[in-house]
Design a protein around this ligand. Sequence first.
Ligand code: MG
Length: 260
Amino acid sequence: MTTPDRRTPALLAEERALLFDLDGVLTPTADVHMRAWSRLFTPYLAEHGVAPYTEQDYYTYVDGKPRYDGVRSLLTARGIALPEGTPDDGPDEETVCGLGNRKNAAFTAELEENGVAPYPGSLRFLEAAIAAGYEVAVVSSSANAKQVLRTAGILDRFPVVVDGAVAREDGLAGKPAPDTYLDAAGRFGLTAAQCVVVEDATSGVAAGRNGAFGLVVGVDRGAGADALREHGADRVVTDLADLLPDLPPAPSSVPPRKTA
Ligand SMILES: [Mg+2]
């Protein structure tokens, strides 16, 4: 698939809000997830006398999947069958959901112990965009989005956060459906055409295309520029700071007029 009528890059002046994905766009959260999965599976697999947990297991069985699906995939690969359980299961329960919740607890512990900092280029762009008068929102599938934003010290920048918890409560379909992004636009009283979607995943840029947003920016953190364009990115960058020249000048940077 191609995007025949690709918009020119310097269109940020046309839009009024920037809707950011979180993991991989604002924060390098994949590392935290990887460490949390290791914290769950390294002791668990050792206790069960099966092949030890490796980083490759993360990419093969876990990456990008909903949490319980990741648990089930890896256990199946090691020949371990557990009852599914329910999302209410405690982290000590020997069920798929229990282990998934144990991973979530490990994620929280990782965040608390090691913290997470925003990508420097993303922080610079975010601050410049806010100074230039843009509305900004976070639109993330993660139920931990607010916790990550708080740990990264940027939660207070975002009047609107549409995360996994909001999506579940409001019955919003996940990416690549555009619903969560459209919900964020609506909270600003804006149309999709007035908003920019910023995403690092192919499912995320597809959500931007599916919602007919004003501009879809793909951030290539490994998905690949071609894949991001094929799925809906109008523009691909490797760092959000690459977009700084596309912002209109901040009102405060205009020299004050001399008074008579
Ligand atoms: Mg992402």
